[in-house]
Design a protein around this ligand. Sequence first.
Ligand code: PMP
Length: 397
Amino acid sequence: MKIEHPTPINWQFAKRAEQLQSSVIREILKITMRPDIISFAGGLPSPATFPVEHMKAAFDKVLSQQGKIALQYGPSDGYAPLREWIADSLSIPGSVITPDQVLMVSGSQQALDLLGKVLIEENSKVLVETPSYLGALQAFSVYQPQFVSVPTDDYGLLPEAVDGIADGARLLYALPNFHNPTGRTMSVERRMALVETCARHGLPLIEDDPYGALSYRAEPLPKMLTMNPSGVIYMGSFSKVLTPGIRLGYVVGPTPLIRKLEQAKQAADLHTSQLTQMVVYEAIKDGFLAEHIPSIRTLYANQCQVMLDALAEFAPEGVKWNKPEGGMFIWVTLPKHIDCMQLLEEAIAQKVAFVPGAPFYANEAEKNTLRLSFVTVPPEKIREGVATLAKLIAAKI
Ligand code: PMP
């Protein structure tokens, strides 16, 4: 049976759903997926780094040896051996993380949503860097916070600015390593000062760290988690060190919070794919990441250098950019009068794309900023694309 003339539904979306918008970046990406476009817009890791054969072998092994377990429902907090592996990898002498402090999530993006769900009250204050990761702003927005921007400079967030705005805030969200979108790194001194300031105010500090392993220098900087495990919530991800398509991330924090997040996770999707977790554990348990990650770092560091050289060669006077110490992005600041949304239209007409900086600002945007990703474009195309972009900018100066 089929109802013949149903009354058309006047969809009344919940107030929180009204906050939802498609990410401007995902819209831009649709255009820039065209093969004829040199796209510096993507936030995607380079597929050249995906260990397809290694993953295939891990899938085969898990399915042939433990297929019935891998294809069954699993626990909400995640696959125990993988949680143990993560706890071990984050523990340092004097600051031990236990497996019950680890919750597996379906991409660290899910951790942002769950954190918003359990911590953010309507109209409550949420502190974010200026600019900040758009996906976090989107995830938190659903819970209707009042975003308060924490000022930053070339070395990241300014901890001393937090004192004046911490009162009554629910959380501070920070990206200390190779920030998205700016590619900036917070110094050890600033990390310590930020942890100390948040601890003094009893303010939960979220340390989002999907790019931390992609440091171009030998010694990565210490994690804020290790400086105060009772007040820092750490988010990690396999997206940038293995593959993003498996959608696997984790959140680590004090157990009362992790248990609450686990309940929220259970209500959202019961648990993250048991098969995926078992395959990832199989893929990494014997030290694969220690040999694989250096090859990603080398590729990205080389391509980053190609882009920095091209910027130095072609960018007109008045254009500024940073030199990332890791990760996937360079942040460019143009003279104040140039609107990067408009520049993007002209660039796409010339077959080059980037992401304008404006969507990354929770409050007032600096429209003269843009993000360049150097990881998916081959070196000769990086030079060509930067030269085209530089010409368009020069015409506006
Ligand atoms: N945080 C940041 C800063 C990101 O850049 C991303 C993805 N680009 C995520 C979280 C989400 O990553 P995933 O869900 O793939 O783990």
